[in-house]
Design a protein around this ligand. Structure first.
Ligand code: HEM
Length: 378
């Protein structure tokens, strides 16, 4: 039987130092790994057809490299820029107010089911122009969660089959929205209306999958804030949006949803007198990089100080050519959500009996986070 070459069985270097991380992220000899070639070799050994998944890799920013990647990033620059993000804010705020009003009548609620999922569906509509029929919403959210696992190393062939099916179903929603509506010019579908690219729908799918991290990060930030005394005080202060605006990067630094990102040496290169041969795989441990002493102190951030002087930006959105294109949208959405939530629901507490997270090599994913409301005087 033939063997598939596995992209993660190279010389693996774990990176926890912020300076080294920054250099690797900016280095033109380090890129995301060539997943398409890996899929081709898996096809050979398994006899499966991964053609749709390979097409997805060609459309997805995560797996594109060089000129192709740069071209699509340029196309998306306006879409993900400040002007567009500002223009979505009133609708996102309205959506967050609606979600919060629904929650406020409940004695206890789940941050995933009652906050993250509805927020994500609103974002799909407002930002992407994709309306998911009510009866398909829960299936759609499950498909997005499955699709996110494609970036994990060590994915089984059976799981790849499931991911491939999920991606094709997500793509059907995108194709339907493209063919039926005249999308709003501010939405991603509106902005890509004239973009000629055979993998365009997959490009949209990759963005749609990426945006889900916003809702998950919001849940993880809330979970972490509600877990400590300093965090609860911080949460209560969040109702002042201007105060929070200056500290949101501190929160994102502390609680990254993405735990690791990978870069692969496409040629031999030298950093700090060490030669990294072609094929080296760098695993950048974002949490360690972000919490690296002496640049940062958790206590300072949670006690509400402005972010301590730090010579390195945090890596919660990655960096270099592949840096998350949704970072402005994510920051603005999470800031609005925390500020509305802490104003309307100031007395919420965690229920540790119903708490479930899924930890993978790449990310931490909230599964269930139950929160109770102590109504003062009730
Ligand atoms: C708090 C929320 C978010 C977090 C923590 C996050 C985190 C990340 C990280 C760590 C990466 C990898 C970057 C790298 O390899 O250097 C990434 C890439 C990406 N993200 Fe996000 N993301 C968030 C929100 C979003 C949003 C709102 C969108 C879409 C509008 C999005 C779309 C993407 C895409 C398409 C990529 C691949 C970019 C490329 O390879 O060129 N993400 N994100």
């Amino acid at each position: 039987m033939k063997k598939a070459s596995n992209p993660i069985r190279f010389n693996l270097v774990e990176v926890t130092d912020p300076k080294l991380a920054k250099e690797i992220l900016r280095h033109n000899g380090a890129d995301t790994y060539d997943f398409k070639t890996y899929l081709e070799s898996l096809e050979t050994v398994s006899g499966r057809n991964f053609n749709p998944l390979m097409n997805f890799c060609q459309g997805s920013l995560v797996y594109q490299r060089g000129k192709e990647h740069l071209k699509n990033r340029r196309v998306l620059k306006t879409f993900t820029g400040s002007k567009n993000v500002k223009s979505w804010e009133p609708q996102i705020k309205e959506a967050l107010n609606e979600i919060t009003a629904n929650i406020s009548s409940k004695k206890s609620f789940d941050l995933v089911q009652d906050l993250a999922n509805p927020l994500y569906l609103f974002l799909a509509r407002i930002v992407f122009g994709i309306e998911v029929p009510k009866e398909q919403e829960s299936q759609f959210v499950k498909e997005i969660a499955l699709a996110k696992d494609l970036v994990e190393p060590y994915v089984s062939i059976r799981k790849l089959d499931q991911i491939q099916q999920a991606i094709e179903k997500i793509k059907q929603h995108v194709s339907k929205a493209t063919s039926q509506n005249k999308p709003h010019e501010n939405s991603l579908l509106g902005q890509l209306a004239d973009h000629q690219d055979e993998h365009k729908d997959y490009l949209v799918v990759s963005m749609l999958v990426g945006v889900h991290t916003t809702a998950e990060t919001l849940c993880l930030i809330l979970l972490n804030l509600l877990s400590s005394r300093e965090g609860i005080v911080f949460y209560k202060n969040c109702k002042d949006k201007n105060w929070l605006n200056k500290r949101i990067d501190g929160l994102l630094r502390l609680y990254p949803t993405t735990q690791s990102i990978f870069r692969y040496a496409t040629k031999d290169f030298m950093l700090d007198d060490i030669t990294y041969p072609q094929g080296t795989l760098f695993q950048l441990n974002l949490k360690s990089i972000n919490r690296s002493a002496p640049f940062y102190s958790e206590k300072q951030i949670l006690q509400g100080d402005l972010e301590p002087k730090c010579p390195f930006n945090h890596t919660s959105f990655g960096g270099g050519a592949h840096k998350c294109p949704g970072n402005e949208l994510a920051k603005s959405t999470i800031t609005m959500a925390l500020s509305i939530f802490s104003e309307k629901l100031p007395n919420i507490t965690l229920n540790f009996e119903n708490l479930s997270l899924r930890h993978t090599i790449i990310k931490t994913e909230p599964i269930e986070i139950t929160v109770g409301q102590n109504r003062v005087g009730a």
